[in-house]
Design a protein around this ligand. Structure first.
Ligand code: DGL
Length: 271
């Protein structure tokens, strides 16, 4: 049976997960929900992030999704374990897949992690990496300012490169060979980040890795579609709690597709 996959984020960052998920699962239906009106989550109290994430999950369950990807490192770090106890439907987070890929990638065993203030404070990546390989040295840095650049659609290199270079200098001083983009907003800046750190540092996109985990989970239904030559086109519903025009501009640019309709919804009590 065909099912709908829900993808949630505090804003437009989860589009980096959706983009890969659409590529890997072309026969599936998706609903994307961005809580842009309450973004950023990265500097909010833990209890609020938990509550907001729960509201997004409850909304998507009311829309009959079968699986939800929490395409937000902050919500994964702060709320995933607790939320998993509440729901029967599969909830997939983004930290574990990114940590695993970094462990497989690093040669020097010196890995950098960038993320929001809350993600970095939670030490979730450090724990996930060290569970897999204790000999890896982790250098983490909160780069909350990168979220603002993406949410404000300020992704042009002329603006972002000097900011990114300056912000990442402390990690460059640690001779890392691998850098985890531990926030789903950051892949929208990945070409500039790559330029800032140089070609010898491998970037790990945790959202991209998560899309493969999702594909694995959905593999049964994918097999059904792969047996057909005429796969149905990807069908995505876009929802935001914020401004629809702004959301549409960023989503169309990032996904390189025309979006007919973005629906605005209200969740909980606006803060
Ligand atoms: N996209 C989010 C993440 O992966 C959060 C950005 C924010 O709301 O601060 O952490």
């Amino acid at each position: 049976m065909k099912s709908t996959i829900g993808i949630i984020d505090s804003g437009v960052g989860g589009l980096s997960v959706l983009k890969e998920a659409m590529r890997l699962l072309p026969g599936e239906d998706f609903i994307y929900l961005g809580d842009n009106a309450r973004c950023p989550y990265g500097i909010r109290p833990t209890q609020e992030i938990y509550q907001f994430t729960k509201e997004m999950i409850d909304y998507l369950i009311s829309q009959e999704v079968s699986t939800i990807v929490i395409a937000c490192n902050t919500a994964t770090a702060v709320a995933l374990d607790q939320l998993k106890e509440l729901y029967d439907i599969p909830l997939i987070g983004v930290i574990q897949p990114g940590a695993k890929k970094a462990v497989q990638t690093t040669n020097s065993k010196r890995v950098g992690v960038i993320g929001t203030k809350n993600t970095i404070q939670s030490k979730s990546y450090t724990e996930a990496i060290q569970l897999l390989d204790q000999s890896i040295h982790i250098f983490d840095l909160a780069t909350q300012n990168f979220v603002d650049l993406v949410e404000r659609n300020m992704t042009d290199e002329s603006i972002t490169l000097p900011i990114i270079e300056r912000t990442l200098q402390p990690l460059m001083d640690e001779s890392i060979d691998t850098l985890i983009l531990g926030c789903t907003h950051f892949p929208l800046l990945s070409s500039v980040i790559q330029r800032a750190v140089g070609p010898n540092i491998r970037l790990i996109d945790s959202g991209y890795e998560t899309a493969y985990v999702l594909k694995e989970k959905m593999s049964q239904s994918l097999d059904v579609f792969e047996q057909k030559n005429d796969r149905p086109p990807v069908n995505v519903r876009f929802l935001t709690t914020g401004d629809v025009t702004h959301f549409k501009t960023i989503a169309e640019r990032w996904l390189q597709m025309e979006i007919e309709h973005v629906q605005q919804i209200t969740l909980g009590e606006f803060k």
